[in-house]
Design a protein around this ligand. Structure first.
Ligand code: ZN
Length: 407
């Protein structure tokens, strides 16, 4: 497999600068295009699954993390407080506390549950500079996160639906997990809450994995401090394992934040929080996609989706017009003209672009495109509008196979 750091440089996806600091990569236009395609896909997937998106700040007062338990159980991973006036502000280590406060911002009825709040939000981890590198060990990251607030009866369905969503996203992205792990508490005092709620939460997650038919292993000592979780593991280019997706069942934080809803019986009840991330952080997800596909991303993620290749200068105007039409359809397209070299060398340098449309004198006269696919297949010449419509429809379908001219 490929090292994402090397490919990231070669393909102009991201970079770093010592003046910004270690573990704080910036995204170049090609990398940002991949990331934005991924973000848009995730938001749409979540909308279709009944999630509502919120936005919350990346800073909060220290008291918030004292209540959530992060301050006493996760302080080593947090940046020191910023003192401002009489307050101490912290860069957040997770989004959960903010979402709990959004839930609590008004009274809730059982009729509103499950309430699914999602956010692609920034979070921060205080890592020492020696362990930082590429997109996988970073100090600032953007997490695809969500919290489902639900009744105890709804937990299994909600966590099960989250697992199905992870499977759907992996199919669209061409990702294959190396294993599923049921992460349980280990020895030591870093866990909060009573043994009873841990057993209850672990039983729910084991039941979901059992019903899914997926093989899984138990990981002692891998749980979050507030609850057990399902971790979906992937391997990097050095076959090191990392967690990409997680589902956690949490009976603890709702109590810490005194969350409640009014039940059908008119009484106050405590909701359960299901924390879930379909694809983890944008940094880790894109690093994995770079390595997994060797830079030849599925067409819907590719930084450039279509390159238009006029054979000679005479075909430059129709090529430019095809590229403009493609852009109007939402495709990321550009013209690579004869000034960049022979047709063969232009095709070689566009080898990772999924669709390469050649326009010679014959195609120009007929308003056609001779489309080549990245894998070397050639389609028969097609009317330009039909070719662009076929490519656009395939990209909207979020598949991993390229359009081959079939309707
Ligand atoms: Zn959370």
């Amino acid at each position: 497999m490929n090292d994402h750091r090397k490919l990231g440089r070669e393909l102009g996806l991201f970079g770093t600068d010592p003046l910004i600091g270690a573990g704080l990569p910036y995204w170049l236009p090609a990398g940002a295009a991949v990331r934005h395609a991924l973000e848009e896909y995730l938001r749409e997937l979540e909308r279709q699954a009944g999630y509502q998106h919120v936005c919350s700040p990346v800073l909060a007062r220290r008291e918030l993390y004292e209540i959530s338990g992060h301050w006493s159980h996760y302080r080593d991973g947090m940046y020191p407080p910023m003192v401002l006036g009489g307050e101490q502000l912290l860069l957040r280590p997770s989004l959960c506390p903010h979402h709990a406060l959004i839930y609590r911002s008004r009274g809730r009825s059982y009729r509103e549950l499950p309430l699914r709040l999602a956010e692609l939000g920034g979070q921060y981890r205080a890592e020492l500079s020696g362990v930082l590198g590429g997109l996988t060990r970073v100090r600032a990251m953007q997490l695809n996160d969500a919290h489902v607030f639900c009744t105890p009866d709804q937990v299994a369905d909600e966590a099960g639906a989250a697992l199905a969503m992870i499977g759907q996203a992996y199919a669209a992205l061409g990702i294959e997990p190396v294993r599923y792990r049921l992460s349980l508490p280990g020895a030591g005092g870093k866990y909060v809450g009573s043994p009873h709620i841990w057993e209850q939460a672990a039983a729910v997650l084991a039941g979901i994995l059992d019903r899914s038919g997926l093989a899984y292993e138990e990981g002692q000592g891998e749980a979050a401090f507030y609850g057990p979780k399902i971790d979906v593991q992937v391997a990097d280019s050095s076959e090191r394992e990392a967690t990409l997706s997680t589902i956690q069942v949490d009976f603890y934080q709702p109590g810490q934040f005194d969350l409640h809803y009014i039940g059908a019986d008119g009484a106050r009840h405590r909701p359960v929080m299901v924390h879930r991330s379909v694809i983890g952080t944008m940094e880790r997800a894109v690093a994995h996609l770079i390595e997994r596909h060797g830079g030849a991303f599925p067409d819907w993620l590719a930084p450039e989706q279509l390159v238009v290749l006029p054979l000679t200068d005479a075909q430059f105007p129709p090529a430019a017009s095809v590229a403009r039409e493609a852009a109007a359809l939402g495709l990321r397209a550009r013209v690579a003209g004869p000034e960049l070299g022979t047709l063969a060398s232009r095709i070689r340098s566009a080898r990772l672009v999924p669709y390469q449309a050649v326009i010679g004198a014959r195609e120009a006269a007929a308003g056609q495109l001779a489309v080549r696919l990245r894998d070397g297949r050639r389609l028969p010449p097609l009317p330009a509008a039909a070719a662009l419509a076929g490519i656009t429809a395939r990209i909207a379908a979020h598949r991993t196979d390229l359009w081959d001219g079939a309707a």
